[in-house]
Ligand binder design. Structure first.
Ligand SMILES: CC(C)(COP(=O)(O)OP(=O)(O)OC[C@H]1O[C@@H](n2cnc3c(N)ncnc32)[C@H](O)[C@@H]1OP(=O)(O)O)[C@@H](O)C(=O)NCCC(=O)NCCS
Length: 190
């Protein structure tokens, strides 16, 4: 049986921000993140990142070391200390459906929740986004409520609020790690 493809995470930093802007400039990607327009490199980004109002990481595949996705974290107008909003995309459609989002979230939760960089992650997830719904179910992320959200193009969508904290991650981590065949290797780059 062939081994599943692996990913590792590399932190977004002021010095590698242009990569993010390039990645997010693809129409499909910035629209999926509900940006009003393709992002531009500016000092606002650099400052927010330096102030730790937001952060995140690039998702790489290990076999060919390509960037195939991105995770964005936001801290509710303050520093990311207690709660962070999380958004994830596998930006390369050719590697979707291979379990890479689950591996990437596994790395993120290990690093940020077990490492106590943040107390919990939360997100609002579009009810009609089948891939996202499949991802949160497969990742055993608890749904804590539902609610609508007005998108930047004016549409109002139904969705659910989800939240993952350290205790829940510790409950589901081992079972999920076995399912994903996660080896004991360092996943998150500095
Ligand atoms: C959502 C997204 C990140 C999922 O990434 P992915 O790597 O393709 O998903 P995975 O292969 O890890 O699959 C995760 C689970 O979701 C399920 N899933 C994946 N795509 C699905 C789809 N289109 N419909 C239904 N279920 C789907 C998988 O079967 C898997 O569950 P399983 O392990 O029980 O079989 C990806 O589709 C994406 O980038 N979409 C565009 C951006 C976006 O919508 N981001 C979400 C913001 S929260």
């Amino acid at each position: 049986m062939t081994e599943p493809r692996r990913v590792y995470l590399r932190a977004i930093r002021p010095t590698n921000l242009q990569e993010l802007v390039d990645l997010m400039s693809v129409d499909d990607v910035w629209r999926n993140f509900d940006f009003v327009a393709a992002p531009r490199m500016d000092t606002g980004y650099r400052l927010a990142l330096a102030m730790k109002h937001w952060g995140g990481c690039y998702i790489h595949t290990t076999d060919d070391d390509r960037v195939v996705g991105v995770i964005i974290l936001e801290g509710d107008g303050r520093k990311i200390t207690d709660t962070a909003e999380v958004d994830i995309a596998i930006t390369d459609p050719s590697v979707r459906g291979q379990g890479l989002s689950l591996q990437a979230l596994w790395c993120l939760f290990d690093d940020w929740l077990l490492g106590e960089k943040v107390a919990r992650f939360h997100a609002w997830v579009d009810a009609s986004n089948g891939a996202s719904q499949g991802m949160i179910k497969a990742m055993r992320i608890p749904v804590i409520g539902d609610g609508t959200r007005r998108m930047s193009d004016g549409r109002v969508l139904e969705g659910v609020y989800i939240e993952m904290d350290k205790a829940q991650w510790q409950r589901v981590r081992d079972e999920l790690g076995t399912k994903l065949k996660i080896p004991e290797t360092p996943y998150v780059m500095a």
